[in-house]
Design a protein around this ligand. Structure first.
Ligand code: SAM
Length: 191
């Protein structure tokens, strides 16, 4: 955050001028692979993801946002309050500084997670990243974790959500995505 606490990320030099950000593509109804996003995107899938995330002003933290294309689409078309986090030096291309944070290395966590009711992990690389966030901030504001990745990877991740979480799985192809991708929605259960 910048010195004025304004959400400005001083490490995010390229995107200071929002008008210089690349424009986001217009999505079609069928899943399409774009450079800068591991997940194939379509308009129906974007709509579904939006419905899984809380409306503004509740914060969604996208952890490992990469180039930020999916996040920029969610911001542009659905006006969510969403911040993407990635590792410095950031691969971010699409998110303005006001919606992006960096951590100094892959073992670091973004403390905003404590105040975010929703976390999004799209193609995270390490199971331990999800575990570490849940260990550090899983008893904070978070109510919902949306994990998206290859169906084949889910077996490695499902153990992150033990007692205290209810997980629903949605096949991405039923939502407008690719057949081998899975959307897992974990909701925190309250005693
Ligand atoms: C496989 S990429 C997926 C990127 C993007 N979500 C996508 O679907 O295209 C995983 C991303 O997680 C980021 N990452 C790794 N450790 C991280 C951490 N501790 N905090 C935030 N991002 C992290 C990597 O830099 C990388 O951009």
């Amino acid at each position: 955050m910048g010195p004025a606490g304004d959400g400005f990320d001083p490490e995010c030099a390229i995107e200071r001028d929002a008008s210089r950000l690349p424009s986001v593509p217009a999505l079609s109804s069928s899943p399409t692979a774009y450079p800068g996003c591991c997940l194939a995107l379509s308009a129906p899938l974007l709509q579904r993801l939006c419905s899984l995330l809380p409306p503004t002003p509740s914060l969604t933290l996208s952890i490992g946002s990469g180039a930020g294309l999916l996040e920029a689409l969610l911001l542009e078309h659905h006006a969510l309050n969403l911040i993407g986090v990635d590792v410095h030096p950031t691969p971010n291309r699409y998110l303005p500084c006001t919606h992006h944070r960096t951590v100094p290395g892959t073992r670091f966590l973004e403390p905003l997670a404590a105040n975010a009711p929703a976390w999004l992990f799209v193609y995270p690389r390490r199971v331990a990243l999800v575990e570490e966030y849940l260990d550090a901030y899983g008893k904070g504001s978070v109510e919902r974790v949306v994990w998206i990745g290859p169906r084949a990877d889910w077996d490695d991740y499902k153990g992150c959500f033990g007692r205290g979480w209810h997980v629903r799985l949605e096949s991405a192809d039923e939502l407008g995505g690719r057949a081998w991708e899975l959307v897992a929605v974990a909701r925190r259960m309250h005693a």
